[in-house]
Design a protein around this ligand. Sequence first.
Ligand code: SAM
Length: 249
Amino acid sequence: MKVRDCQVNPPPNAGFPATATPPFPAFLASDWEEAWAPYDEMTYQAVLDHLRPEDRVLDIGAGDLRLALRMVRRTAHVHALELHAKLIPSPLSLPANLSVVIGDARALPFPPDVTVGVLLMRHCRHFAHYVEKLQAVGCRRLLTNARWGMDVEEIDLSVPAQPFESLAMGWYGCRCGAVGFVPGAPEALTSELEARFHEVASCPQCASVRASREHPGYPFRRSEEAAHPIPAERSRTVSPALPTGRYSL
Ligand SMILES: C[S@@+](CC[C@H](N)C(=O)[O-])C[C@H]1O[C@@H](n2cnc3c(N)ncnc32)[C@H](O)[C@@H]1O
């Protein structure tokens, strides 16, 4: 990775002096979620390897479009959705099969033609919400590092997840975004069981995910567009697939 690729947009309250004494200003989880940082080549390659020529991709939190611009070469269409207008390179000439929308993925409607969602966001706190929105538009696959924090996994959204209670022992990932291991008797732990992964719903962490969604601040925290308005001469109506989106650059 090149040094210039390592730059991170720090969370807005990250600039406290080095001499500061406790209690330090809090780094909110939401600050990390909205921070931009690119991923390594292996992560992007893992996503690209799962794409099909007929795919219509929704890239949720597309950053500076570095992955989106590679995905368009392998797929029918990429919708790139990014909160921070300042990240989008300018001037930008878009390939015909790439649409870029600046806005909040939690609130914007998802396009109805999406076959695969891409969510590279290790600090994502809205995993369950994005899964629900993708399923609502009939999207059948999700490529993401949001649950495990590192590795990219493909989740088959068309297959119902098994109830958490039915899992006697083993690794699981839940549709709320939680992952974990249900322990059991040591003698029951086989190498096959250790290597197996279970897609579950209604795990013990679901309640806290639900509670955080009922937080008064959800789903909006602040308007990025107000802070970084797109100059009028560069803005025009968004692609027809996202009628209520703001801009396509
Ligand atoms: C870790 S970066 C990854 C960027 C890009 N996916 C990549 O791999 O190069 C996560 C991105 O998600 C964006 N993001 C976070 N929350 C978002 C939201 N609610 N709507 C749209 N974008 C969001 C951030 O602004 C940031 O650019």
